[in-house]
Ligand binder design. Structure first.
Ligand SMILES: [Mg+2]
Length: 213
């Protein structure tokens, strides 16, 4: 089974979308259509990791978030023939990252997980940050190139230019003082001529993880 861990704010909406809706928290057609494309092309199940899940009946907890906000999500997904398979557990401990809750869900999954991707505008995904996170932004929400990267992670194939550039950008964002040439040589060595794109992505992600440690 393939899984998409889904955040909501910053993925299915954005600052621009929110402004247009005059601050009302809504989910928008543009990102929903993109998510549907991802779900259809990968047959992945949606597991909600967003705070929108807190307090819904599936969570077995009470919270001011309540069922209503979760129902807004499931209703909008249903309009695009998508459904929520599950939610990640809510772990209420100091210092808990969203990645911890995702790990807890993976460890208790009833089916074998072949591949998973995390769509989120935040990066507190622990060891999954460099490998499974497709990071969106609150400014723009989910974009087409995010979907392409997510597809490549879920299908384990098709390393597109976007996938390579995204891996390079993530490292460069963390080491902005480096010149581009320095970054490439540091990660790939002085002669990257024969390096396969797939390996470039793997090495960049490994390097990114090392920086984060
Ligand atoms: Mg968010």
């Amino acid at each position: 089974m393939k899984v998409i861990f889904l955040d909501v704010d910053g993925v299915l909406n954005s600052e621009k979308d929110l402004l247009e809706a005059k601050g009302k928290s809504e989910l928008f057609d543009r990102p929903l259509a993109l998510l549907k494309e991802l779900v259809e092309s990968t047959k992945a199940k949606i597991v909600v990791s967003s705070t929108w899940r807190i307090g819904c009946s599936k969570s077995g907890r009470n919270s001011w978030y309540g069922e209503e906000i979760f129902k807004t999500l499931t209703d909008r997904l249903a309009e695009y023939q998508m459904e929520v398979y599950d939610i990640t557990p809510v772990i209420n401990k100091p210092g808990v990252q969203r990645g911890d809750e995702i790990r807890a869900w993976l460890e208790n999954a009833k089916e074998e997980i072949d591949a998973f991707v995390i769509l989120d505008d935040d990066a507190d995904m622990c060891e999954f940050t460099g490998t499974n996170l497709v990071q969106t932004s609150m400014k723009t929400g989910l974009l087409e190139y995010h979907v392409e990267i997510a597809k490549s992670i879920l299908n384990g194939e098709n390393i597109t230019h976007d996938v390579v550039l995204d891996a390079v950008r993530k490292v460069w964002d963390k080491l902005p003082e480096l010149r581009f040439g320095q970054l490439i040589v540091n990660v790939l060595g002085s002669d990257p001529f024969y390096e396969l794109d797939k390996n470039v992505v793997t090495k960049m992600r490994k390097y990114e993880r090392k920086i984060c440690e």
